[in-house]
Design a protein around this ligand. Sequence first.
Ligand code: HPA
Length: 280
Amino acid sequence: MLSQFEKVSAAVEFIRARAEVAPSIGIVLGSGLGLFAEKVSDAAIIPFSEVPHFPQSTVPGHSGRLVLGTLHGVSVAVTQGRVHGYEGYSPEEVAFPVRVLGGLGIRTLVVTNAAGGIRTDLKQGDLVLISDHINFTQRNPIAGQHDERFGARFFDMSEAYAKRLRGLAAATARKQGMDLPEGVYLCVLGPSFETPAEIRAFRALGADLVGMSTVQEVIAARQMGIEVLGISCVTNMAAGIQCEPLSHEEVIETGHRVAQKFTGLLTALIPVLKEETAKA
Ligand code: HPA
């Protein structure tokens, strides 16, 4: 049986044979936020289904392809769509695409997601910088047999979302006249939305946002020494805050509504991240 490292290496080799790229920044696009991928120039587009060992997304709104190319002259690798634990994937499978991006050589990862807003000053459609996370799934992609080739078994998570990158993102947003508050993202397994009692409990725990993705990917990226920036799109207020019931359609719809603003921010941010990371 192939090890996870061998599977990741096979995927990396396959992608390198299909597209001559050396991406420095990886971008994971969340629910309804796929529009950004269309901004990539000279794009090589590879469906996940063609890449060896790549997990397949089963969720509407996640198109499942890898877009490799340049954005304002910066070499990027974008995953349009992702897989989740609630689809039945193991944490290791959820983290697989990010490990492949790491294998392709990225040094910076921008993860994006749709999230429910727990903090009441947040509004539907807001973009929020993730300052930290709470892994409420109790699952971890590093658990199990340790493979040093991905990095250390015990590693620091005290600045999982780099302060330096958050500063750059906030400054870029300010230039665009956009408010970009920070918040703590709590990850649940899903796929059912939370109960109002759970949301009250999560608020008491210090969470500002709730979602079903991202943390496994960020853990895997940090193990590989990749710097991470996280952006949530508040697609709905979390359960019990407003009277309406939650739905996946609302999540996708808000994602689409915010896609322009989100794409504008990310497009302006990529060259800044590249330039400042080269200096750092
Ligand atoms: N809860 C969990 N995940 C989510 C939500 C939510 O309210 N909105 C978007 N993803």
